[in-house]
Write a protein that binds this ligand. Structure first.
Ligand code: SF4
Length: 322
């Protein structure tokens, strides 16, 4: 299953920014071989040319508006109409995630500057862009990030894990068989345990009792709970428990030096000086070497293609999750 992502068009797809430029997005380039992108430029779609005079979000007692200060044009209604139309299309297409341009008065999904007046220099608050807000409201169960936050290692790791898990779930949901859901739950068990034990148990019950209810109902409830799993990064304590559980399967087969090395890496992850994927990759090497089939099936050790693991980290947005 190739995940489907909607992305702002200026992130490497077309020279459509207000100044006629295109932006390089590392995450978009990284994902190109693995996902199907759908992209659009809301400002271009509502009839603003390229290049064009910048627009800004105005927020006052009358509401929130999208204005072009140099022409005085109020573009709010046009943006609302465009948003409603594309949302309808995207709902039919089943999108697994959104990557939107950070800070854009149209596409931004957080930290967009809002002004009290068109000509005012200082911002009054920071919130959504107009299109970004509609997307956020209409896709509450879909992964959504701005490209700036995805330069942070941890945020990217959670996003990629959620993206590929959701796409795999979408595939089995299309078939609608309860036995597939039970198998999906079984192979994701350790992953869910590391991220959110409460959700893992709720999902387990849904998958186990699914046969008693209509499959469609069960899949809907499961999909809603699934998005709770990835609201936060994996909990170090829970992830360490999973890794120690895995270690038990091969610790007797390896040398004292290898054991010591493995436990050192685990300790580094606990202290926050190594990312989770560094330890899971190391574990994956052992479970492959010793052909531990139960663990090889667990997505926890390879939740997304290995070549998507990159170590770059801007540190931005470290503490906030949607
Ligand atoms: S941020 Fe959105 S509206 Fe602005 S240029 Fe990019 S795609 Fe177009």
């Amino acid at each position: 299953m190739r995940p489907v992502i909607f992305a702002s068009k200026c992130l490497g797809f077309e020279n459509c920014r207000w100044n006629g430029m295109i932006l390089h997005s590392e995450i978009v380039e990284l994902l190109r071989p693995y996902v199907d992108f759908i992209s659009a430029c809301p400002e271009k779609e509502i009839g603003l040319g390229v290049p064009r005079a910048p627009v800004r979000v105005i927020e006052n007692s009358k509401g929130v508006f999208l204005l072009q200060p140099s022409t005085g044009l109020d573009l709010t209604e046009k943006m609302d109409i465009f948003s409603a139309a594309i949302i309808k299309t995207l709902k039919k297409r089943a999108v697994d995630a959104f990557i939107l341009k950070e800070g854009s008065p149209s596409c931004g999904c957080k930290n967009v500057k809002h002004y009290a007046k068109a000509e005012q220099k200082n911002t009054t608050t920071k919130s959504f862009g107009l299109f970004g807000q509609k997307i956020t409201e209409n896709f509450p169960f879909t992964a959504l990030e701005d490209e700036g936050r995805l330069t942070n290692f941890t945020i990217r790791e959670v996003f990629l894990t959620r993206l590929f898990t959701t796409a795999a779930f979408r595939e089995i949901r299309t078939l609608g068989k309860i036995k597939d859901l039970a198998a999906f739950q079984a192979k994701n068990k350790l992953l869910f345990l590391a991220y959110n034990e409460t959700s893992m148990r709720k999902l387990g019950k849904l998958a186990a009792n699914g046969a008693k209810k209509r499959a469609e109902e069960t899949y809907k409830a499961y999909a809603e709970e699934l998005c709770n799993v990835f609201k936060n990064p994996a909990k170090p304590g829970a992830a360490v428990n999973v890794l120690q559980h895995a270690f038990g399967y091969f610790s007797k087969e390896i040398s004292i030096e290898e054991k010591a090395h493995y436990l050192r890496q685990l300790e580094k992850y606990k202290k926050g000086s190594l990312p989770l994927s560094a330890v899971t990759l190391l574990t994956m090497a052992y479970i492959t070497r010793f052909k531990i089939s139960y663990l090889l099936e667990q997505t926890f050790f390879a939740p997304y293609p290995e070549s998507l693991v990159t170590i770059s980290d801007s540190g931005r947005g470290r503490d906030s999750y949607r």
